[in-house]
Design a protein around this ligand. Structure first.
Ligand code: C5P
Length: 363
């Protein structure tokens, strides 16, 4: 039996799920604030943010992937304990770099191009949604990706869900819907105070269309990544590097098109125009989220990931109560309790199946 990967005795599966829930709440609030707190004339480029996100995630994954490659054995008599010479160190470096290059550009690396393109589209759509819906509505409607994810898991991964897991999914949809009502009630706080022409305005229909499409890509990309990851021996971090590499072109494409006529000098300044503290904060939380998401997909699965992020609704509303004197209503508590019950229900071991299996084992 292989041991469960853990940190300070706590399974990585649990750590990554809780971290993802917290990260998701932070991202929704920070991204929304970064988009609506400035007038359109001072908005930063979402396409740049998506590109920077991919570059940073790729670099971090590259460093982790490199650090996981073991140095070659230099000599058979164990003399390396006495300290390595520079020549040996260089040889080790070259060996690990070569191994990393071989792993990253393995013949099956192209498989990552599909989730890479889907995630780039999704990450751009997320900015459209966050710019056109208030944070609460965005976060709750985005939870519908749990249903698309379950659908694709059954379809592509042939995942079998038992009846209580299907029931849990139904409860989750109901709970999310109820919290959505709460979100609707809580709306109406103007995000921009001064009335002038250069004011950020939100288009709810545009926002909902963006969320619906993002739910589709989220389900498909997540399940596809899980399929690639679990059907091969390749390291998670190598897969992440491949994912980022394939993301670069689609992430660069809209920038190249929109900056077509510019010279090299002004190209860079335009790219990062208005890229202030909140833009960097959004990217940082998103990079962190991408890395945690990858771990969640590896150590548990996409459907559980969905439950973790729906818990983040509860976390962000509680944070809103403390930070923004948000008024908690009965509808919110009811919806959140249903989400929590659904999460618990989904994680129940299938009792009958387990009982039958152990009965079989006795025969
Ligand atoms: O909303 P959802 O959970 O589908 O979002 C997944 C996010 O995680 C996307 O922003 C995607 O770019 C990122 N991700 C990643 N590396 C992975 C899997 C997902 O950066 N291996």
């Amino acid at each position: 039996v292989s041991s469960v990967p853990s940190l300070a005795g706590i399974p990585l599966k649990h750590i990554s799920l809780v971290t993802l829930a917290v990260q998701n709440s932070m991202l929704t609030l920070i991204m929304h604030h970064s988009r609506v707190s400035t007038p359109p004339s001072r908005a930063y480029s979402a396409a740049t943010a998506v590109l920077v996100n991919e570059v940073l995630k790729g670099l971090i994954s590259l460093v982790i992937a490199y650090s996981r490659i073991e140095s070659p054995p230099y000599s058979s008599d164990g003399s390396q304990a006495a300290g390595l010479s520079w020549a040996l160190k260089t040889r080790s470096l070259m060996f690990r770099m070569r191994k990393l290059g071989k792993d990253v550009f393995s013949p099956d690396c192209w498989k990552l191009s599909i989730p890479a393109i889907l995630y780039v589209i999704q990450n751009n759509l997320q900015y459209v949604a966050a710019s056109n819906l208030d944070a609460a509505t965005f976060q709750v409607t985005y939870q519908m990706k749990i249903l698309t994810t379950a659908g694709f898991s059954v379809l592509l991964l042939r995942k079998k869900l038992n009846s209580s897991q299907w029931l849990a999914l139904l409860f989750l949809a109901i709970g999310v819907g109820i919290v959505q009502i709460q979100a609707g009630e809580a709306r109406g706080i103007p995000t921009m105070a001064p009335a002038s022409v250069d004011v950020h305005t939100m288009n709810a229909l545009k926002g909902f269309m963006a969320v619906a499409s993002a739910c589709f890509t989220s389900g498909l990309a997540g399940v596809y990544f899980e399929m690639v990851l679990k059907n091969s021996q390749a390291d998670l971090w190598v897969r992440n590097v491949q994912l980022s590499l394939f993301s670069l072109l689609p992430a660069l494409a809209p920038i190249l098109v929109s900056h077509a006529g510019l010279g090299a000098g002004s190209w860079f300044t335009t790219l990062f125009r208005n890229f202030g503290v909140w833009a960097w904060a959004t990217v940082a939380v998103q990079v962190f989220g991408g890395l945690i998401t990858a771990m969640v997909i590896k150590y548990s699965d996409n459907i559980l990931k969905g439950f973790a992020t729906s818990l983040s609704i509860v976390i962000s509303f509680l944070a809103s109560v403390v930070l923004f004197q948000f008024k908690m209503t009965f509808t919110f508590v009811l919806g959140s309790v249903i989400v929590l019950i659904a999460t618990w229900l989904y994680n129940q071991p299938p009792k009958r199946a387990t009982a039958l299996l152990s009965a079989d084992a006795l025969v």
